[in-house]
Write a protein of this length. Structure first.
Length: 299
């Protein structure tokens, strides 16, 4: 019972929490916090876009996970970042741990939103070595599209501290299957200092297509209809001129190669994140040393 009560308190509005978040400028005063645990916050906020959303929206946790898995990000890397990766590379915006954390929260948020609201989120990655900056953004549903906005991403927040004040980081969004994005929305996917990148995903068609990919495999496994017992079966020798070769399983090696490639990419991403964090720490140490030297010179 105590565990149930503790879980329920995460999805309620607390005046003290709202006052704190509003004072910090993280969320607008009109927002309503639905969930807060540690540095993870899910809240309903007024949607500034014109037109009503089709809320509440019934998007399940598994469906939201599939949508988040399809979101890709392209960083606008400066000269320092080009040391690590070449510009123009698309990579997954969220890893498996981040999707597992975010998908159920966004699903519940969309079920509680009204047509004038959207679901805002802010969280730090649970993956070790990746939680050095925040994710933040918002989602809403306006049939037939799920609208996904990303304000902040940890991969884009590694900046040169010498450039002060720092402008907002630029990045662009894309989708794993771009054919399901709203036609004519290419400009929305590009980040700018005035508008954050946005995806409008025809999510129902996308999810239906994912579900349909498994249909041929399942249909192939269905047993064929056996002849009636009363009908005698005539046994004929095989025709030598038309042998039937067994089908080759070519999909399996391709699938294993893709999985191996994905594993290597994941390992490289984790290594790059570790290197970025180490460099950031080194820069901070150097900055502290410079300040110390300046103090000694003035003395």
């Amino acid at each position: 019972m105590r565990l149930h009560n503790r879980r329920m308190t995460r999805w309620v509005l607390t005046p003290a929490l709202v006052g704190f978040l509003t004072g910090c400028g993280m969320f607008a005063p009109s927002s309503r916090v639905l969930y807060q645990e540690g540095r993870t916050v899910i809240q309903l906020e007024k949607d500034p876009s014109e037109g009503g959303n089709t809320h509440p929206a019934a998007v399940t946790t598994s469906q939201m996970a599939k949508i988040l898995d399809g979101v890709l990000i392209q960083q606008d890397r400066g000269l320092a970042m080009s040391v690590f990766k070449s510009s123009g590379v698309l990579e997954s915006a969220f890893n498996a741990d981040e999707i597992e954390l975010l998908a159920p929260l966004l699903s519940k948020g969309l079920q509680r939103a009204n047509p004038s609201q959207r679901v805002g989120f802010m969280f730090w990655s649970p993956t070790p070595g990746r939680g050095y900056a925040a994710f933040s953004g918002a989602v809403s549903v306006r049939d037939p599209y799920l609208i996904f906005i990303l304000r902040e991403h940890p991969g884009s927040d590694w900046q040169d501290s010498a450039a002060t004040p720092l402008p907002p980081s630029l990045f662009a969004l894309d989708f794993r299957q771009a054919s399901y994005l709203k036609p004519g929305s290419d400009e929305e996917r590009k980040g700018s200092y005035r508008a954050r990148p946005t995806l409008q995903i025809d999510y129902r068609r996308y999810l239906a297509a994912l579900d349909g990919q498994s249909s041929p495999a399942s249909a192939a496994k269905e047993p064929s209809v056996a002849p009636a017992a009363s009908a005698p079966t005539e046994v004929r020798p095989p025709v030598a001129s038309s042998p039937v070769a067994p089908p080759r399983d070519v999909a399996k090696p391709d699938s294993e190669a893709v999985k191996e490639l994905q594993r290597r990419v994941k390992d490289l991403n984790e290594e790059l994140v570790r290197l970025k964090q180490e460099i950031a720490e080194t820069k901070q140490l150097l900055a502290d040393k410079v300040l110390e030297l300046n103090r000694l010179k003035t003395k």
